[in-house]
Design a protein around this ligand. Structure first.
Ligand SMILES: [Ca+2]
Ligand SMILES: [Ca+2]
Ligand SMILES: [Ca+2]
Length: 252
């Protein structure tokens, strides 16, 4: 059995909580927070079971309100809400709250990313049944307004997404859905404006990550494609590599 990266636990640090883990379930409605996780003994100080949405998924952490403490943000499968879990203080139980509700579209993930480069952590929300990535702009205090969405050129429905940056500061998004992997590159001196290249796939990616795997300063794309071997690395510079791969697919 191949490991399932999507069910990985997210480590986070809250004052008085020490190292803790947010564990999304395989299926079911409960997100588990393991407080004070000791990696050597696997013992914890407390376990909190939080019920939210259908199947809480893809937890990420970021300081949304600028108080120096990360919040946890996540989506839930087949739901229209983006959830946040605030630091409750050292002695209280955390309580999830809705940060944003869409009328439709099923937000698949939520990715912290300063899209307009103004120093506040905004949220990118790729949608499961829409051809776009919704942009939620943060005023710096954790209050959000909807910005201009980023179009997704593939067939409707984004399953996986990641963000990354090259050594020269160029920022990328990588989104994948049915039969496609789409690389976005931010156009120089225009924060939040991206060009994209679509790479056709026979199947669809289960998981993507943008990370410099070989340490050469160029971000690389790590993908796990449904039904194939564990994972593949597409090495950077990514724009050039994707351009070649996409041309090869057309020719072949
Ligand atoms: Ca915070
Ligand atoms: Ca921002
Ligand atoms: Ca690299």
């Amino acid at each position: 059995m191949r490991s399932q990266p999507l069910e990985r636990a997210l480590p986070f640090f809250w004052p008085g909580w020490d190292l803790s883990l947010a564990v999304a379930p395989f299926s079911g409605r409960a997100l588990t927070l393991l407080r004070g996780f000791n990696p050597e003994t696997a013992e914890v100080n407390a376990v909190y079971t939080l019920t939210l949405g259908n199947e809480p998924k893809h937890v990420r952490s970021a300081d949304l309100n600028g108080d120096g403490i990360d919040e946890l943000v996540l989506t839930s499968r087949l739901g229209n809400d983006v959830w946040v879990i605030d630091y409750p203080g050292p002695d209280k139980e955390p309580v999830p709250r809705r940060l944003w509700s869409f009328e439709q579209g099923w937000p698949r993930h939520v990715l912290p990313f300063d899209i307009d480069r103004n120093g506040t952590v905004d949220l990118l929300v790729p949608m499961a049944v829409r051809q776009e990535i919704v942009v939620l702009l943060n005023d710096g205090k954790g209050h959000f307004t909807e910005g201009k969405p980023i179009p997704y050129p593939g067939k409707a429905g984004i399953h996986v997404m990641a963000t990354g940056q090259d050594r020269d500061g160029t920022r990328y998004l990588l989104a994948g859905g049915i039969h496609a992997l789409v690389l976005y590159r931010e156009i120089k001196d225009t924060p939040g404006i991206f060009e994209n290249i679509q790479l056709p796939l026979a199947r669809w990616p289960n998981w993507v990550e943008l990370k410099d795997m070989d340490g050469d300063g160029w971000v690389d794309a790590v993908t796990a494609i449904q039904g194939t071997e564990p994972s593949a690395v597409i090495y950077g510079p990514l724009w050039e590599t994707f351009t070649k791969l996409a041309a090869g697919k057309k020719a072949g």
